[in-house]
Each structure stands twice: as structure tokens, then as C-alpha cells.
Design a binder for this molecule. Structure first.
Ligand code: NAI
Ligand code: MG
Length: 490
């Protein structure tokens, strides 16, 4: 072990550097170019256009992927319709379950390969892709495999029917996990799928197609088409799609809601968030600090339910801020494939610019900035863990989703005031609360308008637990028995 170059900062505890410990890349065989996955096989896009996806930690091109235009979208929807009518909707639930179990087991066997690819394409630390994204993805397929033959118990006294073809559009922050959240419940309920991954992170969804082939999933049951927002819009507008499920920005969510208004299409939206993470004076402070750090710096803050607004009770504000500042100096930022890395790369240059712009606005509006002084790699897209103090709800950084490793700190005096600040926002996806009094967190959880409320923990997920928002964070739930409802009719 060797000391890094930060001894000069006597006010901080310095980081100790470990020897590099990168996960080997050779578990993975990347193709130079990927087609569209339609009707069980990779096909050329009809106009032959491709675009590249990068490793945001190095700016190296990882692969070329196909650009699906309106005609390709139509091809995929027709394949999904055919598979729905001829095979999938006719299979008994227990037969559908077998495929889902098989997909889950193959993912387990290949999880290392998927984790490495997710870290390469997204920039997230291998520790997260290996210990969070992959286990949760697999658990999701297992969980919904279990429901496939028990739907009458999910909806007692009613007979659930599938809807038909589901068009699903996902973002870049949890690429494989979001694909699982969308595909598993759709297939369990007897629907077929056309899924569009985000343009900067298409590779794990494309590798998942190999798993579908290995599992002998009938052709056309899942089709994966790559492209940009326009490709997504074509999918939304396609007349033969019965249901749209979208996760992404509130802005695009609103466009999609307009586009499907007046059609028979069913819609669920999982959009932005600006969670209040509340810490009361009676909380176990050191545990709360770890929870806050996990809440905002996890996955570079690329999390819709990130605890991005810290609401700290005034009597402990100084202590909490001091401890937080010390703690972020210890976070390791760098090579996502290194097992010691805490914070990886920002997913795209565009997202990096957005974070920089919003933090600049925060400073102009009077916030005080504190950043980790860690060294950053020379290439790639990086942003230091950042704390903004002296923030009030009038500030842009307290209201807008930054989607980066930036914590805005506000203070409150009473539990009432904490609830009032927490709810004074257009979003309502998640919240967190730290206190040693059960009555206090139960009251907070009951009064805060958020789909998920974590008590004395943060960013914990389970496939059996529903997830989704209020207000401009969207509607509909994913996960749990609730997550079946958007995919069935009666
Ligand atoms: P985005 O909402 O533009 O992209 C999400 C997905 O929607 C991508 O697959 C994209 O290709 C697709 N899309 C874009 N325009 C579309 C349209 N008109 N019709 C159909 N599909 C469309 O998000 P973007 O631009 O990547 O990120 C912008 C901001 O959105 C982020 O800074 C963050 O604040 C927020 N965001 C929230 C997410 C969440 O999990 N709730 C995920 C990603 C971004
Ligand atoms: Mg990429």
C-alpha cells in the first residue's frame, strides 16, 4: 500500500491507495457491430445506419449498434404481434414460467460477463454492477417467473388477460436492470415485447438477446431495437402497440403521454425525482452518513430515486456537514472496472455538462460548494463528489433533478417543517428518513408524498416491493404483485 498525494490536505483524512485491481475484460467477447434483434435473430437495419457506443471512462468506442428507423420499428412490432398471436398468449402460465426461470439461470451463469459489460458501457463501478445490478436483474426474472402460473392469485376472483404487444423504452442509468423490470412482468403475464434501450448503453440489452436464444425463447417474444429518441417516438406512435412502458426524463414522459392520449394504448411512466433524505437529531449519525453517501453518490447519482436533497435538523446540521465533508474525501473515483472504485464515470458528455451547468447555477444563486479533491483520470467524463450547502427551496439545485453526484443540503427545525419541505416539489418518487424513533419515521412516511420511503436505510430494492411515483415522477408501479397490473386486462 502506498499513500496517495493528498497528505498536504491536513484537514482531511487521506485516502489510502490500494494496488489496482481491475476485473479482467477477457470474460467478454464484444462484437464490433450489433444488428437489431427481431424475430429471434440479429438483422441489419434496413437503411444500414449504425452508431457507436462509448466507454465513458476512456471515451473508447466499444461497438457499433444499428439505428432502427420507422420501418425497422414496424418490423419488430409485427414480429412481436405474430409471436403474441401464434405462441405466447396461448402458452399456459407454467410454460411461460419455464422460459423466465431459464433466462434467470443463464444470467446467473453469465453474470460476470454482464457485470463487466455494464461497467464498460455505462461507467458504473464493477462493485455495483456485480453486487447490485446483476443480482437484482436475476432476482427480478426469478420473481416474475414465479407469478406466471399464479396470476389468478394475484387478481383473486378475476381472470387476467394479456394486453398484446408492449413497447418499452428505458434509460441509461441501470440498463440491464431496467430491461429486466420491463421484460419480466410483461412476459410473465403473456405479452410480447419490443424494447428500446438508451442510445449510450445498448450493449447489455443486446447481450441479453443471446440469453434469449440460449433459453430457446420463441422468436418474436422479445425484440430489441436500438436507436435514439426518434426511434422511441416511432415505437410510441406505432398503431399496433397496446401498451407503452417508459422510464426516463419527465420531459420525454410528458411527450409520450401526449402522444398516446386518445388512443387505446395503456401507459406507465417512471420519471424523475428529487428525493428528500431527512435526518433527525436523534438519528444514529454515523450510520446516517453512510446512508446519505449511498443515497447520492451511488451510481454517480444517476438514480431517479437518489437522495439528492438532504434535509438535516438544524441542531445537528454543522456536525453532519462536517462528517459528510470528511467522508467524501475518502471516496475513490476512477476506473469502473477496478474493484476498489466507489465512484465511476458520468455516463455521457451531455450528462456531465448538465451537472456542471446546474452546479454553476447553484453557486450563482448563493449555494456554497464543497468538493472532494481527489485526482481525476485524464480521459473520460468525471465529476467529483459534491456538497452544496446554504441551499433553500428557492434554489434551482433544490428543485431540479441534477442526476449526478451532487448533494444539496437544506435544514429544518420541526418534523412538520421537514414534511412540508419534502413535499414542496413537483416530484414524488422516493424519500428517506433517519431517526431512532419508530413513531417519527412512521409519521413521516405517512405524510410524505413519495412512492418509496426508506427508513434508516436508503436505495434498497427487492423485486417483491413495488416502485413508482406520485406527481411528475409518473404513474404505475413496477415490481411486486403491483407490477403485474399494468400488463393485464380483465
Ligand atoms: P431521456 O428521457 O431523453 O431518455 C430516456 C429514453 O427515452 C432513451 O431510451 C431515449 O432514447 C428515449 N427517448 C428520448 N426521447 C424520446 C421520445 N420523444 N419518445 C420516445 N422515447 C424517447 O433522458 P436523457 O436525455 O438521457 O436524460 C435527461 C435527464 O433525464 C437526465 O439528466 C435525468 O435528469 C433524467 N433521467 C431520468 C431517469 C430516470 O430513471 N427517471 C433516467 C434517465 C434520465
Ligand atoms: Mg456507452
Amino acid at each position: 500500500m502506498q499513500r496517495n498525494g493528498h497528505e498536504g490536505h491536513s484537514k482531511h483524512t487521506s485516502r489510502w491507495e490500494y494496488a489496482p485491481s481491475p476485473e479482467p475484460r477477457d470474460v467478454l467477447k464484444l462484437q464490433p457491430r450489433y444488428g437489431l434483434f427481431i424475430n429471434g435473430e440479429f438483422v441489419e437495419p434496413h437503411i444500414g445506419r449504425y452508431f457507436t457506443t462509448l466507454n465513458p471512462a476512456t471515451e473508447e468506442v466499444l461497438a457499433e449498434v444499428a439505428y432502427a428507423d420507422a420501418e425497422d420499428v414496424d418490423r419488430a412490432v409485427r414480429a412481436a404481434r405474430r409471436a403474441y398471436e401464434t405462441i405466447w398468449s396461448r402458452l399456459p402460465g407454467k410454460e411461460r414460467a419455464k422460459y423466465l426461470f431459464r433466462i434467470a439461470r443463464i444470467l446467473q451463469e453469465r453474470s460476470r460477463e454482464f457485470a463487466v459489460l455494464e461497467s464498460l458501457d455505462n461507467g458504473k463501478p464493477i462493485r455495483e454492477s456485480r453486487d447490485v445490478d446483476l443480482p437484482l436483474t436475476i432476482a427480478h426474472f426469478f420473481y416474475y417467473a414465479g407469478w406466471a402460473d399464479k396470476l389468478e392469485y394475484a387478481f383473486p376472483g378475476r381472470t387476467p388477460r394479456p394486453l398484446g404487444v408492449a413497447g418499452q423504452i428505458i434509460p441509461w442509468n441501470f440498463p440491464l436492470l431496467m430491461a429486466a423490470w420491463k421484460i419480466a412482468p410483461a412476459l410473465a403475464t403473456g405479452n410480447t415485447v419490443v424494447l428500446k434501450p438508451a442510445e449510450t448503453t445498448p450493449l447489455t440489452a443486446l447481450l441479453l438477446c443471446e440469453v434469449f436464444q440460449q433459453a430457446d425463447l420463441p422468436p418474436g417474444v422479445v425484440n430489441i431495437i436500438t436507436g435514439d429518441g426518434q426511434t422511441g417516438a416511432w415505437l410510441v406512435q406505432h398503431p399496433d402497440v397496446d401498451k407503452i412502458a417508459f422510464t426516463g426524463s419527465t420531459e420525454v414522459g410528458k411527450l409520450i403521454q401526449k402522444a398516446v392520449a386518445g388512443t387505446r394504448k395503456r401507459l406507465t411512466l417512471e420519471l424523475g425525482g428529487k428525493a428528500a433524505h431527512v435526518i433527525f437529531e436523534d438519528a444514529a449519525i454515523d450510520q446516517a452518513i453512510e446512508g446519505i453517501v449511498n443515497g447520492i453518490y451511488f451510481n454517480q447519482g444517476h438514480v431517479c430515486c437518489a437522495g439528492s436533497r438532504l434535509l438535516v435538523q438544524e441542531s445537528i446540521a454543522e456536525l453532519v456537514i462536517r462528517k459528510l465533508k470528511r467522508r467524501i474525501q475518502l471516496l475513490r473515483i476512477g476506473d469502473p472496472l477496478d474493484k476498489n472504485t466507489d465512484i465511476g464515470a458520468i455516463n455521457s458528455l451531455q450528462q456531465l455538462r448538465k451537472i456542471e451547468r446546474l452546479v454553476e447555477i447553484g453557486i450563482q444563486e448563493g449555494a456554497e460548494i464543497y468538493q472532494s479533491d481527489c485526482a481525476l483520470p485524464n480521459r473520460g467524463y468525471w465529476y467529483r463528489p459534491t456538497i452544496l450547502t446554504k441551499v433553500s427551496m428557492a434554489h434551482t439545485v433544490a428543485r431540479e433533478e441534477i442526476f449526478g453526484p451532487v448533494l444539496s443540503v437544506l435544514t429544518f427545525r420541526t418534523p412538520d417543517e421537514a414534511v412540508q419541505i419534502a413535499n414542496n416539489i413537483r416530484y414524488g418518487l422516493s424519500a428517506g428518513v433517519w431517526t431512532n424513533k419508530g413513531s417519527k419515521y412512521l409519521e413521516f412516511a405517512a405524510r410524505v408524498k413519495a412512492g418509496v420511503v426508506w427508513c434508516n436505510t436508503y436505495n434498497k430494492f427487492d423485486p417483491a416491493s413495488p416502485f413508482g411515483g406520485y406527481k411528475e415522477s409518473g404513474f404505475g408501479r413496477e415490481g411486486g404483485v403491483h407490477g403485474l397490473a399494468p400488463y393485464v386486462a380483465f
